[in-house]
Write a new protein. Structure first.
Lengths: 408, 167
């Protein structure tokens, strides 16, 4: 037993099994998130359209001979949806290119899940940092992997060998290529400010200097500063500078461009031209049924979650929240009866909760926008991407550089 | 461990590279090239060159090849799949490849120190993104700026040429 523990604590072995554990845990959380985002989509949509939405599937007590089911607000709906999709016939049209037809749905699901590998989703638990791969080029990795996501859609459109899917695939390619430029350029101001591409370091920078969308606050807000307001005022005066104040403008522009480009990258309304129902039936997934269709459907939500995670990490401070310590904190509100390891465990879990809480808020915005705004016309979409967001992101880099160089 | 990874990705890269040549469907060829680029990027990453590896995926697999695929799909090249193979071209190509491989083997094996293991690459102190930036902006600043101007000229040229009505 002792031998086993000492083997498990060797640096390399420790890295392997902790990474595996983190990967499995994150995958579980994310897949749960995906299915409940679908449920949230239906519920929010129903609320916006003044309907009730799914409210029946709960715990089926009648199956066990009781008088009434427990509906639980329809929270069992994702399970019923998944069962329906799994049991449906997987119909394959005769004229498709079989190999690519099979592989395309998988290709749309993989990139968003690979993106999660570099997102710091918490501070640390038992001293293990809550990020699967802490690499120095985190953001570039995110862009590289998500740029591969377009292949799934293109191949689906092409291999279906049918006109509407093909048009959807072509539209999607040009849309994703166009908005990738704005997406990539819009985050350069963030790196100019932080001086690093490492997502964990960007989160730590934001904890010290304020979130990118509100960089006005001051050296590390902690619980002790609530208890001693004069220390807070002193920290504010020491940390304040006009540069911090003016840099807010380019950071907000950067956030808005990134956020809108993310809508285009995930093919969500108002940019869902690749699957515009009125023009293209179902777009690139028209010819798919059963689990093939489900993978496209869930891939879209996985991309939304990964995108929200990137936005939270870059602009909303990741797992940090003002006055909440990280997982290395040994005290829980200075209470004597809470031992140090329990306090760090609680704060570590709180940090993870904060990250997923922020992601949920952004997901709500994604859904809210979908059921509120009408769709763009295709030429408007392209014009907006090339003539407006691309230039805005480019100019924004210069504004940031000017502020950083001339305002002290 | 890196050696195992090297063999896995080297074999993958070569296999997909062969796929580019041997597969008769143009879309399959283009996608094999994408996979070959991804495996090449993995090889860069096993050498700790994260930046180069990721740029390889971002630029070649993510942007250039998407455009390739786009064009191939729009052109709908069906002729290639049914084309008969030409025996003379095959033998000629095979001879050239065999000669080239022989030459390469000769050059590499006569290189002094070929059979000695090389010392490991020393790892720099700063991250490789910063290193690329330093090298570009301090050592090769002028060539870098000139390339920038060249690319700008090319971009303007493309915009001008693709305008519908030339005045």
């Amino acid at each position: 037993m002792d031998q086993f523990i000492s083997f498990a604590l060797q640096p390399e072995v420790f890295l392997v099994w902790t990474s595996l554990a983190k990967t499995l845990a994150l995958l579980g959380i994310i897949l749960g998130f995906v299915s409940y985002t679908v449920y949230a989509e239906r519920k929010v949509c129903a609320f916006i359209q003044d309907r009730v939405g799914p409210n029946r599937v709960g715990i089926p007590l009648t199956l066990l001979g009781m008088k009434k089911d427990l509906p639980f607000l329809g929270l069992g709906q994702p399970i019923a949806d998944a069962l329906k999709l799994l049991l449906k016939e997987n119909f394959i049209p005769a004229s498709v290119n079989k190999f690519y037809y099979y592989i395309a749905p998988k290709l749309t699901m993989i990139p968003p899940i690979l993106v999660l590998a570099v997102l710091p989703f918490g501070s640390s638990l038992f001293g293990v940092p809550m990020v699967i791969a802490n690499i120095n080029i985190g953001v570039l990795y995110v862009f590289a992997v998500s740029s591969l996501g377009v292949y799934g859609i293109v191949l689906a459109g092409w291999s279906s060998n049918s006109k509407y899917p093909f048009l959807g695939g072509i539209r999607s390619t040009s849309q994703m290529i166009s908005y990738e430029l704005a997406l990539g350029l819009s985050v350069i101001p963030v790196f100019l400010l932080c001086g690093t591409l490492n997502l964990s370091e960007i989160v730590l920078w934001q904890r010290e200097n304020g979130w990118m969308v509100a960089p006005g606050w001051f050296k590390g807000l902690t619980i002790d500063q609530v208890l001693h307001p004069e220390a807070w005022v002193a920290a504010f005066q020491a940390g304040f500078s006009w540069q911090r104040f003016w840099i807010w403008i380019p950071m907000l522009i950067s956030f808005v461009v990134f956020f809108i480009a993310m809508f285009a990258e995930t093919n969500r309304l108002p940019f869902d031209l690749p699957e515009a129902e009125q023009e293209l039936v179902g777009g690139y997934h028209t010819e798919y049924s059963g689990m093939g269709f489900a993978l496209f459907f869930l891939g879209e939500y996985a991309a939304m979650i990964a995108g929200s995670g990137v936005i939270v990490t870059l602009f909303f401070g990741g797992w940090t929240l003002p006055f909440v310590p990280d997982g290395s904190s040994p005290s829980f509100f200075h209470l004597a009866f809470v031992p140090g390891w329990l306090a760090s465990l609680i704060w570590g879990l709180v940090n993870i909760g904060v990250f997923f809480g922020k992601v949920s808020v952004l997901l709500f915005v994604f859904i809210w926008v979908r059921w509120t705004l009408p769709r763009f016309r295709y030429d408007q979409l392209m014009k907006l991407g090339w003539y407006f967001f691309f230039e805005l992101a480019l100019v924004n880099i210069f504004i940031t550089a000017l502020v950083l160089a001339y305002v002290k | 461990m890196p050696l195992v990874l090297f063999w896995i990705f080297a074999i993958l890269m070569l296999a997909f590279g062969l796929g580019v040549v041997f597969l008769r469907n143009p879309v399959s060829s283009a996608l094999s090239l994408v996979m070959s680029f991804v495996a090449l990027a993995a090889l860069f990453i096993t050498l700790d060159a994260f930046f180069i590896g990721v740029i390889q995926i971002l630029v070649y697999a993510g942007a250039v090849m998407v455009l390739f695929l786009f064009i191939i799909m729009l052109l709908d090249l069906r002729g290639e799949e049914t084309r008969r193979l030409n025996l003379a071209a095959w033998t000629g190509g095979g001879l050239v490849v065999a000669g080239f491989v022989g030459l390469l083997f000769k050059v590499v094996s006569t290189q002094p120190g070929f059979d000695f293991p090389k010392p490991p690459i020393s790892r720099p102190e700063i991250s490789d993104v910063a290193l690329v930036g330093w090298t570009l902006f301090y050592k090769f600043n002028l060539p870098f700026q000139i390339i920038g101007v060249l690319l700008l000229v090319a971009t303007i040229g493309v915009v001008l040429l693709s305008k519908k009505e030339l005045k």
